[in-house]
Every structure is written in C-alpha cells, then in structure tokens.
Design a protein around this ligand. Sequence first.
Ligand SMILES: [Fe+2]
Length: 301
Amino acid sequence: MIKGEIVLGCLAPHPPHLVYADNPDENEPTSEGGWETLRWGYARLARKLKTIEYDAIVILTPHWQTYIGTHFLGCDSFKSLSVDPIFPNLFRYHYNLKVDVELSEKMCEIAGEAGIITKMMRNPDFRVDYGTITSCHLLNPDWDKPIVTVSSNRNRHYYSVEVMNEQAQALGDACRKAIEESGKRVVLIASHSLSHRHFTTEAPLPEDMSREHIYNHSQYVWDMKVIDLMREGKMQEFIDLMPEFTEQTMAETEGGGLTWMMAAMGMPNYPAEIYGYQSVIGTGNVVACWDPDEETREMVL
Ligand SMILES: [Fe+2]
C-alpha cells in the first residue's frame, strides 16, 4: 500500500462570529458582515485547499471535551442543528457531515497501542461541536470531504499545561503513524484562537467593528511573539513556550490542538503561511497553515 501523508496543517480559529458574518444558507441568523481580515484570509486558504488533492480532514477541537481519554467520531454521518451555547443569537447552523470512519478507527487503534486511553463515539445522535463546524465551514464550505473529529482530553484541567503538551504530542505521533498506515492524504486542522481573554458584554450590533479590539496589549504582544515563531519556522521553540504562553494569555492552545498538529507534522522547521490576524470579542486569532511541500509553500502575508 502507498504510504499515507499529511498534506497540509491549518490553524483555524472558530469564533461563531465568522460564520455569522459570512451569511451562509446553513446559518439561521443574518448579519451585515464584520471581521473581514479573518474571513478574507480564510477564503484565500480555502482556495489553496481546493488546489490540493486529499482524502479527508482530521480536526482536533477544544469544544469536544472528554475527561477520560481521547474520543474519535465513529458514525458514517452526523446531521443536526448546532446552536452555540454562548451566542445562540449568532450561530444556529444546520450541518450534515460525512465521517471517514476507517481513518478514525485507525487513529483510535494506533493511539490505543501507544498507551493512550481512547474511545470511538458511536452515538448517531451525538451533536458535533461548533468548533468542528465553524473551522470546517470556513476552510471547506462545500463540505465535500469526509472529516474526523478528535476530542480534546482535559488533562490541562486535571493536571497542567505541561501534561497537556506532552500528551498532545504523543497523540500527534500516533495519528501520524495511523495516517501513514492508512495510505490516505490528509489535511489536519487545529481549531482554536491564540490569546483568549474576551469581553463579557456584547455590542448592541455584534458586527459593529468600531467596538472590536484586542482585550489588552500584553495579549497582543504574546500573539505577535508566537506568530513570529511560526513565520521563522521555530515550532519546537513555540511548543516549548506553550505552557507559559497558555497560562499568561488563557490561550485556547490549552486544548492541545496546535501541539498535536505540530507533533503529527514532525515539528515543522519551515515558515508557516500567515493568512490574517484579528481580534474577535477581544481574543487573538490567526489563520495560518504549514505546507510540507516546498514547491507550493508561499509567502502570503
Ligand atoms: Fe473556542
């Protein structure tokens, strides 16, 4: 069998605001726009994705939280209405997605062999989290590829960011091995923001961009520091800094997504492509990708 490979890794934040601002048919609320820097960046990365041949998307999201082990979607399809618990005024999205169960089972099996506690999610009525839906919608609005969602184990809460960082790397190594054995070409997504302090009140018009800015300057400085490391291809250094960055900015990296993706991709030492940075309700968000193919890797921003 041909050896499978990871053809792209995307850091794809999931504020429901971005889907709301896009006004797709699947989402019930409508808006007058907003957050264009991120949405236009996403649109450009989505165009790049269209030029790449791949079989499936594997996404790790901090909004499917599991307290015992790591879980993997295990039914052929899921269809329902996803309502954001904090922002039901912005996000009521009708989804109907397909799952690559074969790949999901392979990752579950190999991770289990590596000593990680795992479980397949076989409940057909399971509601897929909005992180999966938002990141996948913005990167592939046609939903024409099967996905696999990997849950975020809460070892950051049980133990520490250090333990999260170690375990997410072990999971990333296992997922890479499973993808290689599957013979498939796979796109990875780490679905989360960077700094994650956010406002606790909402503007009367949520998309009023005169109200949008980073929560505070230290969050901004941290975000720029880690984006510089991405640009310079110093991902090992970023992963080493992860505990401090995550503690100080309440970053959504706490769910393990970026650490998992970087480990699966062999800790890239080449520059990331940066597609846009912007605040959403005060949080810091970057759209970025790691293209292992030197021929197609670009300097975007
Ligand atoms: Fe989130």
